[in-house]
Design a protein around this ligand. Structure first.
Ligand SMILES: NC(=O)c1ccc[n+]([C@@H]2O[C@H](COP(=O)([O-])OP(=O)(O)OC[C@H]3O[C@@H](n4cnc5c(N)ncnc54)[C@H](O)[C@@H]3O)[C@@H](O)[C@H]2O)c1
Length: 439
């Protein structure tokens, strides 16, 4: 096994958030400040709460990940970012109505200090939003240069050692991969030509990679999931990961579908519907943005169940996903799944899941883990797609000739084994007890 030399996480880590004033971003920031001040616990964060088994089972070594993996500490994080309205993050939290006042009043001073930089935004890519705090420039290339300057200025002003960028911005309209996404030179030219297939998220990602900043994609947007920007990540020696945080209904799918397959139970239909009333729900009410989300949510079941290998069990599945904007619920999304399965001799059965969740409460710890782990990745010298972070995504990025891994527990093993490798411990293959059988 190759020994990895990890740079120590000294100094400040700048976390640049696209969509700084959104529900997910503001909940992430408030929670991080609250944990830092010991006012709250980082529940849902694997990097902060989970343990990692090291060595054989009988060695009884189960330290916390954060105690053995060299991650940046929460007190080293400095937040910044961009949004399309000039509003401080305290006001955003009040508006989002995710958190109760008692949980963020004590953080008021630092939250009020956080204001977004002007965004690169174009309503053609998010139809339901209107931006007033937006950069202007002759070309998309020019806008990208302005973002690069923002990144450099932020780093200098906050004396950061390293940066990571995370997209917590809205879901853009569906953009299929086109000719200009296939090659870096073509993509660069297209930015100079103001080509319509260059969405704002691609401009942020290009600027990040140019400034040697790892890029995390929390939305289902195409962004770096194309040959051109993957070539660029490679050239810049930068890690990228995405797409679309795996939080509620899809997380359930990636737990239940492997269970059906492991037990060789058949599936004939899966109907998933949601109501949510936050701004994300409003954006997803537009058919263009919904299509991007739908593609991301639909891919999961087929990849897990492998109908090509099991045509009798999974060859004829009716899979439907619906998202309905319903303002009274705000961030408190409700998801229903009706799952039609069949067993021995083809007898049908049903499973109903009703998940009353809170979207941003589920997404915030994922943001925290991803920024810390992508910072770790850059200090390890990792570049390109970070498959080991698939655990956090609905549509994990993958090479064109490879299937993504969707099963939550396999993803968890993959992530923990990568962490073991980083700290020069042996990966765990769960064969230790089997070997005992031959003694
Ligand atoms: N909460 C979840 O469970 C979850 C799960 C998976 C993915 N996501 C994705 O995370 C993203 C954020 O979700 P949210 O609930 O915080 O939405 P939100 O609407 O509250 O926040 C999005 C923010 O992005 C800003 N924005 C949009 N385009 C921008 C641009 N070009 N530059 C800068 N800012 C821009 C908006 O003004 C808004 O403040 C969405 O894309 C959503 O689909 C959320």
């Amino acid at each position: 096994m190759e020994k990895i030399n990890v740079q120590t996480p000294s100094g400040k880590l700048g976390v640049l958030i696209v969509g700084l004033n959104g529900a997910v971003a503001s909940t992430f920031i408030a929670g991080t400040y609250a944990v830092r001040k010991n006012l709250s616990k980082p529940i849902g964060s694997v990097t902060q709460m989970a343990t990692i088994r090291l060595g054989q089972r009988n060695e009884n070594r189960f330290p916390k990940i954060k105690d053995v993996v060299p991650l940046a500490g929460l007190d080293q994080i400095v937040f910044g970012g961009w949004d399309i309205q000039d509003e401080d993050v305290y006001d955003s939290i009040v508006r989002a109505e995710v958190l109760q006042h008692r949980d963020f009043e004590l953080l008021r001073a630092e939250l009020m200090k956080l204001r977004p930089m002007k965004a690169v935004f174009d309503q053609n890519y998010v139809k339901r939003l209107y931006g007033t705090h937006v950069k202007t420039g002759a070309t998309k290339w020019d806008l990208m240069e302005q973002l690069r300057k923002d990144i450099r200025d932020f780093k200098a002003a906050n004396q950061c050692d390293r940066l990571v960028m995370i997209w917590c911005g809205s879901t853009e309209v569906f953009l299929p991969m086109g000719d200009i996404h296939m090659d870096l030179a073509k993509l660069e030219q297209a930015m100079k030509d103001n080509h319509a297939d260059i969405a704002p998220s691609m401009i942020y990602a290009y600027a990040a990679l140019t400034e040697k900043v790892p890029y995390i994609n929390g939305a289902p947007n195409l962004t770096t999931d194309m040959p051109a920007l993957l070539q660029y990540a490679d050239k810049q020696n930068m890690p990228v990961c995405g797409k679309d945080f795996k939080t509620g209904q899809t997380m359930m799918k990636t737990v239940l579908a492997p269970m059906f397959k492991t037990r060789m139970l058949g599936l004939s239909g899966w109907f998933s519907t949601n109501i949510l009333g936050n701004r994300d729900g409003e954006v997803l009410d537009d058919p263009g943005s919904f299509k991007t989300k739908e593609e991301s949510k639909l891919s999961v079941i087929d990849t897990i169940l492998q109908p090509e290998l099991y045509p009798e069990l999974y060859g004829d599945i009716y899979h439907k996903v619906r998202i309905n904007y319903y303002p009274p619920r705000k961030d408190e999304k409700e998801a229903w799944d009706n799952i039609d399965i069949f067993g021995w001799m083809g007898y049908p059965m049903q499973l109903k899941v009703n998940f009353l969740c809170r979207d941003s409460i589920l997404a915030a710890p994922i943001c925290l883990d991803l920024v810390l782990l992508m910072d770790l990745a850059q200090r390890c010298g990792f570049k390109g797609i970070q498959h080991w972070l698939s655990f956090y995504f609905k549509s994990p990025m993958h090479e064109m000739n490879q299937h993504p891994e969707h099963d939550l527990f396999i993803q968890n093993v993959k992530m923990k084994n990568t962490l073991r490798m980083i700290i020069n411990e042996k990966p765990i293959d769960f064969l230790d007890e089997t070997i005992d059988l031959f003694r």
